[in-house]
Design a protein around this ligand. Structure first.
Ligand code: GLN
Length: 200
């Protein structure tokens, strides 16, 4: 299984270390040729979504990645990565990939004091540590979206088809279960894709 991590800005190395720990192959996406390679899943890390969004366009990654996500490529977006996926931002005009039908509030917990650590229940996994760093939260979701976790009434993790989004940073803790959940999702989606191409 080969995973790609968007590596233009932000906390991509932490995701790569997690994948390494779990024995998954990983490539970095820094330029268009990287995005065009074949891979089974994509991780959009935390960082600064405005900067990342700008770089995605400038480096000509936008169309390739958006098409892949639209076509069912499994994707995990954490924190700024979730912002990149969101269809709507309640406090920002700029929409990036816009593939995940949720409304996200950037810096939802405040800009400076918004970093904290807690733990919470994530559906399909159990109780996990959650680190929030100037994090967004999800204000509302389309009815087709599965809410996987809430912290103090705020939605902090969702799944919609091939997309998994979390407003916290699972890659900065020692707990590997969110990444394991994502790798399982990658396996299932790719397995289904192989079966449907055989049936065609
Ligand atoms: N506040 C950042 C943004 O709006 C996200 C923070 C993060 O990814 N840790 O892009």
């Amino acid at each position: 299984m080969k995973l790609a991590v968007l590596a233009v800005q932000g906390a991509f190395i932490e995701h790569e270390k997690m994948l390494e720990k779990l024995g998954a192959d990983c490539i970095e996406i820094r330029k268009k040729e990287d995005a065009e390679k074949a891979f089974d899943g994509l991780i959009l890390p935390g960082g600064e979504s405005t900067v990342m969004g700008k770089l995605i366009k400038e480096l000509d990654l936008y169309n390739v990645l958006k098409t892949k996500i639209d076509n069912g490529l499994p994707v995990l977006g954490t924190c700024a990565g979730l912002i990149l996926l969101a269809e709507k931002l309640s406090n920002d005009e700029q929409v990036h990939f816009g593939t995940l039908p949720v409304t996200v509030k950037r810096n939802g917990y405040g800009r400076q004091l918004g970093s904290f650590h807690t733990d919470g229940h994530m559906a399909g996994i159990g109780r996990i540590p959650m680190t929030f760093i100037r994090a967004p939260y999800i204000e509302s979701v389309d009815p087709a979206v599965d809410v996987l976790a809430r912290v103090a009434d705020k939605i902090v993790a969702v799944r919609y088809k091939n997309q998994l989004g979390a407003s916290f940073h699972p890659e900065v803790t020692a707990d590997t279960r969110v990444h394991e959940y994502f790798l399982q999702m990658v396996k299932e989606i790719n397995c289904r894709a192989v079966h449907s191409s055989i049936e065609m």
